[in-house]
Every structure is written in structure tokens, then in C-alpha cells.
Write a protein that binds this ligand. Sequence first.
Ligand code: ADP
Ligand code: MG
Length: 213
Amino acid sequence: MARLDLQGLAKRYGDFHAVRDVSLSIEDGEFLVLLGPSGCGKTTLLRIIAGLETADRGQVLLDGQDASDTHVREREVGFVFQHYALFRHMTVFENVAFGLRVRPRATRPSNEAIRVRVTELLKLVQLEALGQRYPHQISGGQRQRVAIARALINDPEFLILDEPVAGLDPKARHEFKQLIHLLRDRGKTMLISSHILSELGEMCDSLLFMDRG
Ligand code: ADP
Ligand code: MG
């Protein structure tokens, strides 16, 4: 299950209101696109949902439970950053494996189980041949797919992607859309931000417009 409720979220940076009183509900399995001009507060809102940023006011409820005291790692929210934020000194394989390797010993899978899981994800994002490359040795679209695989490693029900289409050429965009279709078929709840109305607008269940917070 991954139902999400936001209640009266607000965030200020000094005197600047980045997020103003945002309330909304996202159903389990829903695919929502968050549309708004650059600087309107999209990234801030997404970071609050993922637990990477704290709100000044309001609540994030995951499956009805207040998530504010739940650590980022336990939220079961996968986050794909706008510029992917891959670990430069790690191979593609190790980037994807990271979320399992950092688990406490008690819940960390064996090396073999990690290998199986990472291989499965690399296959999903069509990068199984590139596991030993480093981020600078692959294309932008491929880097994004590594970031998506990395976000999926702990099998989150809820996936957030921040501005995923902005930096892609047409071919990479096409591959990205196919991957989104696939994740949708797997029942992932998804929230994707964009500053332009793209093809994602036709694929999603709901469009959310944001302006000045
Ligand atoms: P978007 O993702 O829609 O472009 P952001 O959420 O990144 O918008 O930013 C919203 C506003 O908040 C912007 O004007 C930005 O400059 C400001 N902002 C974001 N993060 C910070 C921060 N850490 N400190 C100060 N201002 C910030
Ligand atoms: Mg942003």
C-alpha cells in the first residue's frame, strides 16, 4: 500500500515562502504529474514528502501514518534527483546496490542476493551490459536509468522523480516513457515533477498545478 496524504504543508526560506499550505491526496497506484514554472516550489515539496527536507508546518501521512518521525530510509519512498546525483566513484552496479549495502547487518542481504537483485534491476532499466561502467562512461539517459534503478533497490511503493524529462533527448525520452509505463504496470505510485507540459501529461492520472508555492 502507498497512499499519501499531505495536510497543510508549508516551508519558508527566510522570508520566502517556497511551499504554502499544500494539501492533497495520492491514491495507491496513482500516477500524478506536478506541473509548475521553475522556482514555484516543486523540488522543495518533493523533498518534504521524501523526508529530505522538513516542513515548517503540516503533515505527511503515508498510509495514514504520520511520516514525520520516520527516517528517510524507512519511508519506502524512492527519489530520483533532477541531476541524478550518482556516486561518481562507484560503478553502475555499485550505485544500484548502494541501498542494500548500507542496510544494517541484520537486514542486509548476502552478496549473492545483492548481485541477483541488482542484476534484475539493471535488466529492468536495460543496462545489464553496463554494470561495470562508471557514471561518466554512460549517456545522460542511461545515467537517469541508473538513478531510477538505485531508487527502486529497496522496492519502494512510492516513487518520486524530479524533472526527469527536462534533460533528455527524444530517444532517451521515449525509453524513459516506456520505463514509466512498466513501473505503472507494477503498481508503483508515482509523483513526477515538470516545468513543461510534456507527453507525461497524457500518461498520468492527475495533473497538479503549482504556482508560487
Ligand atoms: P522548483 O523545483 O519548482 O524550481 P524549488 O523548490 O527548487 O522550486 O525552489 C522554490 C524556491 O525556493 C526558489 O525560489 C528557490 O530559490 C528557493 N529555495 C529552494 N531551496 C532553498 C534553500 N535551501 N535556501 C533558500 N532558498 C531556497
Ligand atoms: Mg526543481
